[in-house]
Write a protein that binds this ligand. Sequence first.
Ligand code: FEO
Length: 392
Amino acid sequence: MKTRKLLDGIYWVGAEDWDRRLFDSLIPLPDGTSYNSYVIQGQEKVALVDTVDPTKFEEFKENLRDFPVIDYLIANHLEQDHSGLIPYVLDRYPQAQLLLTPAAVDLALSHLRVEEKRIRTVADGQTLDLGGRTIRFIHFPWVHWPETMLSYLEEDRILFSCDLFGSHLASTELLVKEEERVLEPTKRYYAEIMMPFRKIIQKNLHRVENLSVDYIAPSHGPIYARPRFIIEAYRKWVDDRPENLVVIPHVTMHGSTRKMVERLVEALASRNIEVRPFNLPLTDIGSLAMSLVDAATLVVASPTILTGLHPLAAEAVFLVNALRPKARLAGFIGSYGWKSRALDQLQAMLDGVRFEFLPPVLVKGDPDQAAMEQVEGLAEMILKKHQAAGLL
Ligand code: FEO
């Protein structure tokens, strides 16, 4: 993509990555992604906000052709998809200073081997005068690394928010046109990247809400011309209150565990509880993560292999523990052949989330009528817990 103009003197110079399908060799990207970089021209100085992923070097190099001078390179975030071409920019513009938070210095030195003399740290609330345009730096650590900051262009009321509010969405549109279209990739992004830092965002979101903002320009996905839309979505996602929703990641080997899952889905649905089952051999873990943004209850369903969880269930449980969703109730159902320690394993793996564990339903072999009644009992218990929490 060629450069795109947001306002007079403010340009997008990033790169779309239409074909990328995996991030961190882990996260599915069904809609590709973009790496946003912005040029801000003042009457006296010019700043560049972030760079792009090194795989897009040629495109980025071409995009900077119209900008013979860059005085400041603002690095809101040091992860390589935004910082990877900082050394190139510093080389191309020998007068440019690299502006970042104190917490980012070590990362710039160790990850990018930047010369220390090119670095200038900025304090929280410090401003930078470009001549008629003023950038205020807002330290906002842990979205999602320790060094992150936001840059707020005061006169034009634009918030350059780095990964916060971003979406993995490649698009020819500079601005979000259909909010419903961007909501899912933004929620996916939140679920996969930001959810582990939910409490920190929850505590600090007012700092963004209190700003006068006409545009939020994140480092992935289109720019929000109606910022309230995405701030409100984030406010809901980070809120402690879950929805009347049960998420069931499940896997079966010979069909016994599947029978229990089917019964549980029916039993919950008949009690007016929304259920989302995820068949792990087929599912996209991003969809599972998105459902965990809202769910009140997690029920893992797994057969036992060599006395432990099925590896696909173990992977899902590992993910849940890493993402730290707001759900506080957890259950376990499954069938085993001769012996199972799967429940102990599950509970040990979920040590990062303060779950209340519901009584498990573990069945030797094919689930009989008594086992199915236990599944019904589990559904009834979940209903009572959801009712007590005022969720339905
Ligand atoms: Fe888009 Fe944390 O980098």
